[in-house]
Design a protein around this ligand. Structure first.
Ligand SMILES: NC(=O)c1ccc[n+]([C@@H]2O[C@H](COP(=O)([O-])OP(=O)(O)OC[C@H]3O[C@@H](n4cnc5c(N)ncnc54)[C@H](OP(=O)(O)O)[C@@H]3O)[C@@H](O)[C@H]2O)c1
Length: 279
């Protein structure tokens, strides 16, 4: 039975991947940061314990617990837990950017580096990073999230070089819009950090907030999290995992368009696609 550690398994993509892999016979360590989610996941029959990406001691304890349960091995890691900081670049306080990087990058790197010795010892491993179309296409009002996903892509490309020939493979999954709790989970971070009522961008924020309140998919081409699961399965189980897996039509389209179009034309496309930042 192959084993995998999943972060951010309380909802959305992480939960879907944890359940989907378990159904395929994987031993899944489905971690979450809140005690009630850990309890729920255990009741559902997944092996769950706490992992908060903002807390080094929590990351260390989760790695220790994983290796204790497996006897020191782990076949795969799905780096997934995180959130999106919305806001214009000129409205971003240092604390907002720092928090975005703490959760979505520094925690992922710390966890990966703690798992790596076990993978090197056993001579194989799969690491899957849940990036985004926003890891290579910059959208207005998504500067913090763009920055952290671009950084993740750079770090992962470097890691892939450094792991070449070790038997450890690292892949990026790059979803476009996916049904999850992502949108609603962005809201508290927006209110905590962005002084939107006094901002020059206030009318854009109001349009974005109205969109966040609407039920149902907020963007065209939205897919269920099973679309990501399918790519994660390929990255974990195929003999030749790909470095990148775009998921959804926008991810594939923007990947090719940015190779073909001049920068100014691509900027126009991205502004149009984001409703000029209203979406
Ligand atoms: N949905 C999309 O359209 C989309 C598109 C591209 C990429 N992604 C990426 O997909 C990943 C998962 O997001 P999702 O769409 O599934 O949204 P989601 O339903 O909001 O799930 C996010 C998960 O991350 C967890 N998380 C947040 N902060 C954490 C922390 N400090 N430590 C540990 N876990 C933490 C959340 O836990 P709590 O329940 O405790 O908050 C939740 O389990 C993210 O990396 C996101 O960037 C999503």
């Amino acid at each position: 039975m192959k084993s995998i550690l999943v972060t951010g398994a309380s909802s959305g993509i992480g939960l879907c991947v944890a359940q989907g892999l378990r159904a395929r016979g994987w031993r899944v360590f489905a971690t979450a940061r809140k005690a009630e989610d850990v309890a729920r996941l255990n009741v559902e029959g997944l092996e769950s314990f706490p992992l908060d990406l903002d807390d080094s001691s929590s990351i260390r304890a989760a790695v220790d617990e994983t290796l204790r349960r497996t006897g020191g091995t782990l076949d795969a890691l799905f780096n997934n837990g995180g959130y999106g900081q919305v806001g214009a670049v000129e409205d971003l306080p240092r604390a907002a950017l720092r928090a975005q990087f703490e959760t979505n990058l520094f925690g992922w790197l710390e966890l990966t580096n703690l798992i790596m010795p076990a993978m090197r010892r056993q001579g194989h491993g799969r690491i899957v990073m849940n990036s985004s179309v926003l890891g290579y296409a910059a959208f207005p009002y998504r500067g913090a999230y763009n920055a952290v996903k671009f950084a993740l892509e750079g770090l992962t490309d470097t890691l892939r070089h450094e792991l070449h020939g070790t038997g450890i493979h690292v892949s990026l999954v790059e979803p476009g819009p996916i049904v999850s709790r992502f949108r609603e989970n962005c809201v508290p971070h927006f209110h905590r950090h962005i002084p939107w009522q006094t901002s020059i961008h206030r009318s854009q924020y109001e349009a974005q907030m109205a969109r966040l309140d609407k039920p149902g998919p907020a963007a065209p081409f939205t897919l269920p999290p099973e679309a990501v699961l399918a790519k994660v399965i390929h990255a974990l189980e195929n003999a030749n995992p790909r470095p990148r897996y775009p998921v959804t039509v926008p991810s594939v389209a923007f990947w090719w368009l940015r190779r073909i179009l001049p920068v100014r034309a691509m900027d126009w496309v991205l502004r149009k696609a984001s409703g000029g930042g209203k979406r």
